[in-house]
Design a protein around this ligand. Structure first.
Ligand code: PLP
Length: 394
């Protein structure tokens, strides 16, 4: 039924699994046959505080019964409060623009960079450097910013100009020229293979760019909202970028994006906008999500979950040396590199059959992004099921 409807009426942009999830409790999902699954994906890093979170549901419900939406032509109290919260948690002197997704947040960041080059350098600076294996979104501009040629399909050409790619942070120095306005990177490449960069290399780059007045944009769409153990991966790396973007885990499942910048006066009325961006509903949700995650972090429980998850991951890695070559990632953004990229699809399929949801990243990485609030019992059960699945790989 669901399969038939989906195939008939929904555009086929995903290789879909036909399971019908009906209910979720924290990191456990139940399908229409009441079968349970441990969720090591959290909807690609979105459901940061778990499925069916009662406190978030209540905050959304209360807001929905009052006002869901008024345009951005009027001040929106939960939006202003969320901006304040982001500034406080990031420990930076910033203002935020609210969008609806990661790609849109990155569009906003690129617009900030272009306006900076236009107003301060008379338009002579406009080029943005990104990295190979990066992922910045699916709009025409952010797909072009994404440094993976497989994403630059001729089907959607022509793409906007002004983007170039480097294979590593150390190579960026040589490709900077008089026209470079910004460098945009992730601190842990998510879609590219759960690859963290070295703190010293990032700090050095940040310093170099600051000296040359080139903007550093950090795409924290996946790493933000405590995914790596701190509010922002930028906090963990101890850098102060010019622009930071967030989305995925920020709303706990409600669509929201954020463009956070130290250039507080870069935009004026009319420069940028969004109909839905930062409305009452999504910002009420994000305020509750951040309130919960801040308390969770302060109680020490987030760090406990990260350590425990890491131990189980290590055990799994060591037990399956025939399949994996390396453990990668940070915080609750983790991965296992497979020896044989062709095996990955089979691992994900077998894991699903055993009742644990896992993701792929890049060509050869099994990616794990559990809800940050995952319990020890759920971690135990998830890894038990994953190991069962791995034992069945030939
Ligand atoms: C997911 C992701 C995006 C795109 O976010 P959407 O909400 O899908 O537009 C951009 N950058 C990074 C690092 C991401 O992980």
């Amino acid at each position: 039924m669901i399969e038939e409807l989906d195939k008939k009426f929904v555009l086929h942009t995903y290789a879909r699994n036909y399971v019908n999830f009906k209910k979720g409790i924290n990191a456990t999902l139940f399908d229409d046959k009441d079968r349970d699954y441990i969720d090591f994906t959290s909807g690609i890093g979105v459901v940061s505080v778990g499925h069916g979170n009662k406190e978030v549901a209540e905050a959304i419900c209360k807001q929905a019964q009052n006002i869901m939406h008024i345009s951005n032509l009027y001040a929106i109290e939960p939006q202003a409060k969320l901006g304040e919260k982001i500034a406080k948690l990031s420990n930076m002197d910033v203002r935020t623009f609210f969008a609806n997704s990661g790609a849109e947040a990155n569009e906003g960041a690129i617009k900030i960079a272009r306006k900076y080059g236009k107003t301060k350098y008379d338009g002579k600076r406009y080029k943005v450097i990104t990295l190979e294996h990066s992922f910045h979104g699916r709009t025409i501009t952010t797909v072009k910013a994404t440094g993976q040629s497989s994403f630059h399909s001729p089907n959607f050409a022509p793409y906007p100009e002004g983007f170039s790619y480097n294979s590593a942070i150390d190579d960026i120095y040589n490709s900077i020229d008089d026209e470079t306005v910004a460098v945009m990177i992730e601190l842990v490449q998510g879609e590219g293979g759960v690859q963290p960069f070295k703190k010293e290399a990032v700090q050095e780059l940040a310093k170099f760019l600051k000296e040359r007045d080139i903007l550093l944009i950090i795409d924290e769409v996946q790493t933000g909202a405590y995914r790596t153990g701190e509010f922002l991966a930028s906090n963990l790396y101890e850098i102060e970028p010019d622009v930071i973007t967030m989305a995925k885990g920020l709303g706990g499942g409600v669509p929201i994006g954020a463009v956070i910048t130290t250039h507080k006066d870069i935009f004026e009325a009319g420069d940028h906008g969004s109909t839905f961006g930062g409305n009452y509903l999504c910002t009420a949700s994000a305020n509750k999500v951040l309130e919960l995650l801040e308390a969770y972090k302060d109680s020490g429980k987030l760090d406990e979950a990260i350590i425990y998850f890491g131990e189980k991951l290590k055990e799994t890695f060591e037990k399956n040396q025939n399949i994996f070559t390396e453990q990668v990632g940070l915080g609750l953004m983790r991965g296992l590199r497979v020896k044989d990229a062709d095996h990955l699809k089979e691992v994900i399929k077998k894991a699903f059959e055993e009742g644990v949801l896992v993701l792929k990243a890049g060509r050869n990485t099994l990616r794990l992004l559990p809800p940050l609030t995952i319990s020890k019992e759920e971690i135990d059960e998830g890894f038990k099921r994953l190991n069962n699945a791995l034992s069945k790989i030939s």
